[in-house]
Design a protein around this ligand. Sequence first.
Ligand code: GLU
Length: 467
Amino acid sequence: MIRTRFAPSPTGYLHIGGARTALYAWAYARRHGGAFILRIEDTDLARSTPAAVQAIIDGMRWLGLAHDEGPFYQTQRFPRYKEVVAQLLAAGQAYPCYTSADELEQLREAQRARGEKPRYDGRWRPEPGRTLPPAPPGVAPVIRFKNPQDGVVSWEDGVKGRITVANAELDDFVIARGDGTPTYNFCVVVDDWDMRISHVIRGDDHVNNTPRQINLFHALGAPLPNFAHLSMILGDDGQKLSKRHGAVSVLQYEEDGYLPEAVLNYLARLGWSHGDEEIFTMAQFCAWFDLDHVTASAAQFNTEKLNWLNAHYLKQADPARLAAEIERRLAGQGLDRGHDIDLARVATLYRERVGNLNELADAAHPFVRAPHPSAELLAQHLSPAVREALASLRGKFAGVAWEQPVLAAALKETLAAHGMKMPQLAIPLRVVLLGQPQSPAIDAVLEVLGRDRVCERIDAALGPATS
Ligand code: GLU
C-alpha cells in the first residue's frame, strides 16, 4: 500500500514550493491507488499559528489537493512522543544529557578554534565500562539519541540516487528538550512510522535530516520508508524563490486571477516531465507521474510560462464558472448583483483576450456599470459627423430586433448612409458604450449590453440636445 504525506510547518502561507511538494506526494498516492495524508507539524509553538494552518488548508483546497487522512496535528500527539522517548530510554538507545547551554557554547568554541565542525561530543553518552559524572541537581536534562558511531547510513533516494553519509559525521541529536517537548527530527520519524508512510516525498532542504531519521527508524525497529527529495525552485532570475519574485503564496495566485488548473499544470511540469507534454489534466498527471522523471537539478520558475498556461485554461473554462469568478471580483469592488448582464456571455466575449480573471473582471466592469467617459475622451472621438451618425444609429436601435445580425445590419446601413467606414463609427461607439476604444466585435458587445443600456449610454454621450 502506497502512503504519502504532506507535512508542512504552519509558520506562514502555503508557498509555491510547498504546493509542488504536496502535488507530487498527492499524485504519487493517486497513481498507485494509495493514500495521501496531511500532517501539520506545529510543534514549534512560538512560530506556528492557526492562521497559517488555515492558509495551508485553504491553499490545498483551492488547488483541489484533497487528503485521504488527516489533518493530523503534532501538538495533539505529545503523549505518543513521550511514550516513544521512554521506550528509547528504556532500551538504552537514548540518554539524558545535562550539558548546560554555556558548556555547549564552550565546546563549540574549542572545536571551531581547532578547525573542527561543531558537534556534541557525547560527554553524557553511556557506554559499557564508562562511569558518568553524577547528574547535577536541579537541571532538567535534554534527551539525546544514541546515534551509531561506526559505519554509514545509505539510501537510494527516489530523485537524487544513492546518498551515503558516515555515522562519524552525525552527533547524538536531541530528541526531547529540557521541558519534555519533542524535536522535529524525532516527531517526523514517529509520525511516519505510526502513519505507515511508504514514501517520504519532500523538499531537499531535508536531505541532511534523513540519515539521522533513518538511524532512528532502525533503533525503533520501524520499517524504513522510501525517501525522495525534490530539488528547490529558483526564481525567474535563478535566485532562491522569494517574495521579491512576486507571488509566492498559493492563495496570492488566486488573488492575482490564476485558475487552479493552470497553477497545477505549471507546478506539475516544474521539475518533472512526460515526453514533450506541456498541457495535461490532473487525471493524466496522476496516470503518468513517477519519481524517475523528477529532475534532480533545481527548477527555475518561469512566470511567462505560467501566464501562457493560464491564458490557455481561461479559453477552455466553462463560461458559467468564469461568470461566477467575475461576479465575485466585481462584488469585491462593491458592484453587487442588481444588474441583468449575462456575465457568462461577457466571459465568452473576452476570455480569449485576457490573461487572467482579474483582467476578465475589469473587462466586464463597464458592462455592469456605465463607464462615464470623460468629456475630453468624448470630444476626441465624437466629431460632428460621428455625432450625426450615432444619432441616426440610435434611432434605428430603438426599433430593431435585438439580435446580433440585425444590429450588424443597422450599423452597416448607418455607415453607408453617412459615407463612413466601420472603425470610424465602431471606435466612437466603443468609447461611448464601454469607455474605451477597443473591444470584441461591436455587434456582439451591443447584443450582450442590451437595448436599454446601449440607448441610455448613447443618449448620455450625445447630450440633451439630440436625445
Ligand atoms: N515540516 C517540514 C517542513 O515544513 C517537512 C517535514 C517533512 O516533510 O519531513 O519543512
